[in-house]
Ligand binder design. Structure first.
Ligand code: NAD
Length: 490
């Protein structure tokens, strides 16, 4: 099916695409070519108010009355609908983000699996009853928090939307989702599919718009009971402030500067190509990109030269070419920001081994870049560059590797490559991050909690425990005593 490139997208409120009260419609371009892609309505504050109202009506009406088993069935039906429309969604996402279609295929598949996981996980929602003695019956109820305001970034628009929507809907919340204004298309299309499979009006609303205005209005809206945010640490901190006064429930999935630790005893035939993938996948625009490669000093020179060879072999190009492994960055402005980081690294003493110059042409391309002779104190080793730039840092021994790995404000993911079977688990217990991979580079599996320590945020996605972040626990105590209750014997 041809992608809807000619199409104009409205906001999705109350079960249908609607005109924005703001009147604002933006031209979206394809970052890889600079060509026009589509026109998308942008929500203003009045539109957010309408969406929150629709969500509230849903949660207090038909959606709130939908039994858990039916919610599970709907989530499975949405998974089926996404799978059936995967070609359209994949092409739309690849064009909108500039990301290689080979990567997007995996992300759409993961989105499908994610709806399936939470569709089945509704059966795990339940209170408990335990003996507390005397003639009291105690039981607990799990109730949806209510209306969830969810904000997602531009790097995985469809997948991030599924990470947010699936647990919230499984828990029985209604959602107002705000995608990044540059990448709203697949979330809007998913909302349409959700309505087609039977989700009641108002259960899912999608309001693309700018962060500091539309996003902040959603966060602070008195009708929003819980906020879930994925994005940069700086924005996360601002959102936390907005949630402080009304004591809103909040979860934050933020940035990272994740270490990839390679010991000299590692199987380099796995470690090197996997390390290359772990930074350049999604052109480095991943929160869990392993952007700091820590290499045992004795291996450093050999590692850097082999890594650079593989980096040069990554197929960069047209996102829609099935052979492409790395597409463009999200925009020319972002590419310039990435390049400024590289220039700053060179000023601080890093050496560009390969890459390091923006490509010519209209597309926002930047080549896979390797910076060597990096010290962990440098800005390029401390700040999230969010582009295809890896910093390679030597370490002396295990203790030194752990020290460097932990010496950043972030703590999202760490990968350890070693031939010593005891070393992986030993490091896993000492590295301060929400996820650790031993001799494997992947993360993001439905059922495996995803999230960070330190300034990478709090709360977990993808796990069973994520459901609890959208539920309140209510304790009920009932007297079963036939005698009157007269505590002071009055
Ligand atoms: P960003 O913080 O600028 O924007 C993210 C979202 O927040 C967008 O929808 C934006 O419009 C909105 N926003 C911006 N300012 C806001 C405000 N004041 N109030 C409310 N909403 C606001 O981040 P970005 O640069 O678009 O995305 C990349 C960041 O996301 C990176 O730091 C990356 O590490 C992080 N990320 C984290 C995870 C994770 O799971 N930990 C996953 C993907 C991306």
């Amino acid at each position: 099916m041809a992608v809807a490139t000619e199409r104009e997208y409205g906001l999705f409120i109350g079960g249908e695409l609607v005109e924005p009260a703001s009147g604002e419609v933006r031209e979206l371009t394809e970052p890889a070519s600079g060509d026009a892609l589509a026109r998308a309505a942008m929500a203003g504050t009045e539109d957010v108010d309408r969406a929150v109202q629709a969500a509230r009506a849903a949660v207090e009406g038909p959606w709130g009355k939908t039994p858990a088993t039916e919610r599970g069935r709907l989530l499975h039906a949405l998974a089926d609908a996404i799978a059936a429309n995967r070609k359209e969604l994949t092409e739309l996402e690849a064009r909108n983000v500039g990301k290689a279609v080979s990567s997007v295929k995996a992300e759409v598949f993961q989105g499908v699996e994610n709806f399936r996981f939470y569709g089945s996980a509704v059966s795990a929602i339940g209170g408990r009853s335990n003996p507390i003695g005397g003639s009291l019956l105690y039981y607990s109820l799990k109730e949806p928090v209510g209306v969830a305001g969810q904000i997602v970034p531009w790097n995985y628009p469809l997948m991030m939307a599924t990470w947010k929507l699936a647990p919230a809907l499984a828990a029985g919340c209604a959602v107002v989702l705000k995608p990044d204004p540059a990448t709203p298309l697949t979330a809007l299309r998913m909302a349409e599919l959700a309505t087609e499979v039977g989700f009641p009006p108002g259960s899912i609303n999608v309001v693309p718009g700018d962060g500091p205005t539309t996003g902040a209005h959603l966060v602070g809206h008195p009708g929003v009971d819980k906020v879930a945010f994925t994005g940069s640490t700086a924005t996360g901190s601002e959102i936390m402030r907005l949630c402080a006064d009304p004591i809103k429930r909040l979860t934050l999935e933020l940035g990272g500067k994740s270490p990839n630790i390679v010991f000299a005893d590692a199987d380099l035939d796995s470690a090197i190509p996997s390390s290359v993938w772990a930074i350049y996948y999604s052109a480095g625009q991943s929160c869990e990109a392993r952007s700091r490669v820590l290499v045992e000093a004795s291996l450093y020179d050999e590692f850097v030269s082999r890594f650079a060879e593989y980096a040069q072999a990554v197929k960069v190009g047209d996102p829609l070419d099935p052979e492409t492994q790395m597409g463009s960055l999200i925009s020319a402005a972002h590419r310039d920001k990435v390049h400024r980081f590289v220039e700053g690294g060179v000023d601080e003493g890093a050496e560009v081994v390969t890459g390091g110059e923006p490509a010519d042409g209209r597309g926002a391309f930047y080549p896979p870049t390797v910076l060597a002779q990096v010290e962990n104190r440098m800005l390029v080793a401390q700040e999230e560059i969010f582009g295809p730039v890896v910093t390679v840092i030597p370490f002396e021994d295990e203790k030194d590797a752990i020290r460097i790995a932990n010496d950043v404000k972030y703590g999202l993911f760490a990968t350890v490559w070693t031939g010593d079977p005891a070393r992986g688990p030993r490091l896993a217990s000492r590295i301060k991050s929400g996820m650790v991979g031993v001799n494997m580079p992947y993360t993001g599996f439905p059922g495996v909690p995803f999230g960070g320590f330190k300034q990478s945020g709090f709360g977990r996605e993808l796990g069973l425990e994520t459901l609890d972040l959208y539920l309140e626990t209510k304790s009920v105590l009932v007297s079963t005593s036939p005698k009157p209750i007269n505590p002071w014997a009055l």
